[in-house]
Structures are given as structure tokens and as C-alpha cells.
Design a protein around this ligand. Structure first.
Ligand SMILES: Nc1ncnc2c1ncn2[C@@H]1O[C@H](COP(=O)(O)OP(=O)(O)OP(=O)(O)O)[C@@H](O)[C@H]1O
Ligand SMILES: [Mg+2]
Length: 243
């Protein structure tokens, strides 16, 4: 391109498209969540009051602001019961960061990550290959989905602490989703077994008090309360053509 007699190199549109394509491929967002966007996150009405659900409205607002203001010094920790849309919003943030801001991001389901690290274990060297772990430590924005474990082993605790501490020390942004009943509802919530559903504090403490405290420092807490979207909306939409 030439302007005022000065020649400049400009990146052509096709290389920008290629770059975004590459970011999306490296981001590893599962197909199940490819549709997740901020625009199609529906702020549903609460059944009791018929008003917009404030917590969902707020969660979407936080997600939007986060994308607008990125780079930020903190990540996001989405908590709430199953099916409220935690992964949807977290993936929407990741996609916006890649598409709008060209930020390298990585999606990992917590259990899949642990399994991949375990599978890469080499009994001879007695270490796991860095092939799996390195991108998790290095990526600019990591989404750790479904971070939970009822009785984590020492190895699980150490692995998580290692990931979180490394990212913390390098000031890298981490998004986390975890399925919990927030503390103030925990008194009423029971599992089918009759056991009380663990509250946020107690569950994060499963991974050690230091890690729990670090997560509060690294991430803004986004609490979401609603019923299960899969049950309430998706079920109603599944129909056979012949019905
Ligand atoms: N408010 C919403 N608007 C649009 N789609 C939604 C909303 N909430 C959930 N969904 C859709 O419902 C499905 C379940 O949502 P999602 O996986 O985000 O729930 P979750 O809170 O992560 O649940 P879990 O704790 O079981 O992982 C997804 O397909 C998601 O796109
Ligand atoms: Mg989820």
C-alpha cells in the first residue's frame, strides 16, 4: 500500500482469516460448544417472579465487559448448578477473544486434561511428557471446564496446583467453570442420595486452602443461579418430524 508517497506492508485479509482459523483450531473448543456465543445466551425469566433472571443477566454482562476490557489482570470463575450455562458463557468469552482480539486461547475439560497427562506418563523417566502440559501453562487464556473432584488424589491436587500456580506467577488469565451450589443455597440443597451438595468454599478447599485462596485472587467470581437449561428448554425443542 502507498500513502503520501510512503510504502507500507499491510497484512492481507486472507492472512488475518487464516490466523483466526488457526487460533480456532488450536483453541480445541469441542463441537458440542461451537454454537456458544454471547448473543445467543438467553437471559431467561425466573419462574417465580416472571422477571429477567438477574444472575444470568449479570453473568452475561460480566462476560461482555471482560471481552471488551481484555487484557485484564484477572480471569473468571463461573459457578452454579448444572445446566445454567456456565460452559456456554465461558466458551463464548473464549471465542470472542479469539475472533475479535486475536488472543490465543485453549479449552480443556479438567478430567480430560488429567487423563491426557496420565496417559502421557513415561514409566522409564517417571515423568509425564510436557507435550500436554506445556500449552496449558503457556497459553494466553486457558479455560478449565468442570474443575471438580469429589475426593481428589494427591496427584490431582498437585497437578492442579502446579498449573494454577504457574499461570498465576506468569500473570496469565484463567477461566474456570465449576458445578456447585453457591454457599447461600447450600443449606437447602441435597443430592438424590440425601447428602448436602457441597458449597463453593468447601469444594475448592478439597484442592487445598492455598489453592482456593489463590483462585479467589486470580478470578472474578461469577455466580449463576437458574434451573437446568437442558431440561427446561432443550427437551421442549426435541421433536420427531412425524409428530
Ligand atoms: N441461558 C442460556 N441461553 C442459551 N443457551 C443456554 C443457556 N444456558 C444453557 N444453554 C445451553 O444449554 C446447554 C447446557 O449449558 P452448559 O453446558 O453451559 O451448562 P453448565 O452450566 O456448564 O452445566 P454443567 O454444570 O452440567 O457443565 C448448552 O448447550 C448451552 O448452550
Ligand atoms: Mg459445563
Amino acid at each position: 500500500m502507498e500513502a503520501n508517497g510512503i510504502r507500507r506492508l499491510v497484512r492481507c485479509e486472507c492472512s488475518a482469516t487464516k490466523r483466526i482459523q488457526q487460533l480456532l483450531e488450536q483453541g480445541r473448543i469441542p463441537r458440542r460448544y461451537e454454537h456458544c456465543a454471547l448473543e445467543n445466551f438467553d437471559v431467561r425469566k425466573t419462574r417465580q417472579s416472571g422477571q429477567e433472571n438477574r444472575s444470568l443477566w449479570w453473568a452475561r454482562r460480566v462476560a461482555e465487559k471482560f471481552v471488551e476490557e481484555y487484557p485484564t489482570e484477572f480471569g473468571l470463575l463461573f459457578v452454579g448448578p448444572t445446566g445454567v450455562g456456565k460452559t456456554h458463557l465461558a466458551v463464548a468469552v473464549l471465542r470472542e477473544l479469539m475472533l475479535r482480539k486475536g488472543v490465543p486461547c485453549l479449552f480443556y475439560d479438567f478430567h480430560d486434561l488429567l487423563k491426557e497427562i496420565q496417559d502421557s506418563y513415561n514409566p522409564v523417566s517417571q515423568t509425564s511428557e510436557l507435550r500436554v502440559l506445556q500449552p496449558v501453562l503457556d497459553t494466553e487464556v486457558l479455560l478449565l471446564d468442570e474443575m471438580a473432584a469429589a475426593n481428589p488424589s494427591d496427584w490431582v491436587k498437585e497437578t492442579l496446583a502446579y498449573i494454577i500456580n504457574s499461570r498465576y506467577n506468569q500473570k496469565r488469565v484463567t477461566l474456570i467453570t465449576t458445578t456447585l451450589v453457591p454457599p447461600k443455597d447450600a443449606g437447602n440443597a441435597v443430592m438424590p442420595s440425601g447428602e448436602a451438595i457441597p458449597d463453593l468454599e468447601r469444594t475448592l478447599n478439597h484442592f487445598g486452602a492455598t489453592l482456593a485462596s489463590r483462585l479467589y485472587e486470580m478470578c472474578k467470581l461469577v455466580e449463576m443461579h437458574s434451573d437446568d437449561y437442558r431440561k427446561a428448554i432443550k427437551q421442549a425443542g426435541y421433536r420427531f418430524h412425524a409428530d
